[in-house]
Design a protein around this ligand. Sequence first.
Ligand code: PEP
Ligand code: MG
Length: 753
Amino acid sequence: MLRPLRRIIEEMESAESLAEALDILVQRTRQALETQSCSVFAVDIINHDYVLMATDGMHDKSLAGLRFKPHQGLIAIIGDQEKPLNLEDAPSHASYFRLPGKAEREFHAFLGVPIIYNRRLLGVLTVESKETRRFEEDEEAYLVTLGTQIAPFMARAETHEIISQQTAAEAHDDTVLLGIPSGKGVGIGQAVAIYPPADLDAVPDKTIEDIPAEIEILKIGVQRTRDIIADLGSRIASSLPEAEQNLFNAYLGLLDGDSIEKDIIEEIERGQWAQGALKIAIKRRVRQFQEMDDPYLRERASDIRDLGQRILARLQALDVQDIDYPERTILIGDELSATDLARVPPAKLAGIAMAKGSANSHVAILARALGVAAATGVANLPYGKLADTELIIDGYYGHVYIAPTPALRQEFLLLAEEEKELDASLNELRDLPAETPDGHRVSLFVNIGLDADASAALAVGSEGVGLFRSEVPFMTRDQFPSEEEQRVIYRQILTTFAPRPAIMRTLDVGGDKALPYFPIEEDNSFLGWRGIRISLDQPDLFLAQVRAMLRANRGLDNLKIMLPMISNVHEFDEAKALILEAHREVNTEEFTPLPDIGTMIEVPSAVYLSRTLARKADFLSIGSNDLTQYILAVDRNNPRVSGIYDSLHPAVLHALHQVVRAARLEGTPVGICGEMAGDPIVTAILVAMGFDSLSSSPANFARVKWVIRRFAYHQMRNILKEVMKFEDPADIRSYLEETLEYAGLGGLIRAGR
Ligand code: PEP
Ligand code: MG
């Protein structure tokens, strides 16, 4: 009886605007529940009114934009209580709000559900009926489910719509989007949007002047698509079942029938660029097919969409051009990659913001390594509409300000200026040792990965490299670098830092670190084929990498090799055996010193095995980013659960302490190279636990040193003792923040001094 929910969502997604999508929602829902009316209200993020966004059946169109005050009517009750309201006779409810002049069209039965996304109320969805009756349980369940399904859609669309109505010129109120703090600092600059390839939904609207030129581009794109499909079809036709062969023919038929192309051209003639016109025309077609009753024809909607993506890929290939990065670039997108960051000249990158990811996603770590302000998990970031707009990223809070008012810009400029002053004054610590006032010494190393890091790392006065993420050069290429190419990269790093030690971690791909040319499709990638597991399964790759490292180390002898994702002792033994094999091989060519071999502790099992691993390895280094995710069972990359990813969780702190004690008992050096090591809030307790070394991105280096030089070791021990009494990570954080503020180091935890 009920129209499948999925179909309503699919239809909404193919709409061209939020208004159209919401119209589809209310019409289809009203039909599905066989009621006389359905309406959707959105919460206005500025004044918290409920605004009627779309309605079918009840109100006439003149009521569009109707507002209820935050405490007015039944809508407000649903919003306040954040639960469904199912009434047999709504007008007899004390809070019923009678619309002027509408008495004759009164309804009785009323059902409303809240629309909530990430704990935030976005709106209310209601249905009403002329009868006096209670809506059935399954009808209520249907509406509740629909409410949860449209929530992410509304969250995304909400901001798109706000932004499209608010141009920079008319911005009167500062629009701020909330994300996850992922790279401290303040970044002010001009947005450059990075679009995911071949994604019709991500294509921005753009107006053009030269219509004939745009039509020409489209024609080339369509012709290339046609050629590719025909070619594919003829090459593999014989090995395909008939149904798939028909698909190729159907695609060609759609293209040759010329009508899709004609539709797209019409949109170009209205001033859209080819990609935007394609999006509009394809979405319209998709919708027409989705509305058909014949299930076979309805299924064709996905073919049209697929065809649209294929044409888009061709158009995008024609459109590859060097981006002209503004002097202060804020890179924005759905999900940015290491490559996207690496393409921006470092001096021009002022900040990043992305819709996906979280503070411990690798791209956020890279942003921190470059010292830029970053906000991730900005779920409703309308990046497609923000290109060229001025943005402010407040990396301390994860806030993104859009087209800021002059007053707000001024405020942030001042904060940025103060940050610069703070950095300049911290620079004075460069040549001083990382030593507490009572003489406890810690080694401070840097984490490096992006090519640009090495010079920054030396400039901050590091004592060596605590973690070289060797996968980064692999990620920024389009095939595995050859052994010789790798040797050159490693040699450069070892030479730059010699005689200081450089810990090179062997390839750690998988999880959220994908190589475009080595796809790994897994449901649970963080629990899957990652790090050392890949290296042991592909010894050819591992041996080549180790040989390249060993050869690069000749005559310098400052290399140390570190193994990622070790979860049992056997993996360590096997990897060590392979390293010895590679060493024997290169040593026969020319004398090559055997480096120290260490292991990362980043999986809970390795914590329990830390005593044995400490006996076998030459050093241990805790990867607290992964260790936190695995101990707390929280995906480090998922913005939905980022609120519970916290390295200050007592369980994580106990694990760190246990590893340090195990290493001490075996006399094995122990360091930490996860992001915690660069967070000045945590420095005192890490030192107090007994870590020999902390390794952080160069950008945090001086701040960490400042803390070390500010607190005596016995004070740090006391702080640790207090911290270990707390049960809640939030209490630990507040306590540590207060401690820093009280010691005059407040500039480390917020913008400004
Ligand atoms: C870690 O997990 O803490 C770590 C340093 O490794 P990565 O962040 O590269 O996974
Ligand atoms: Mg890790």
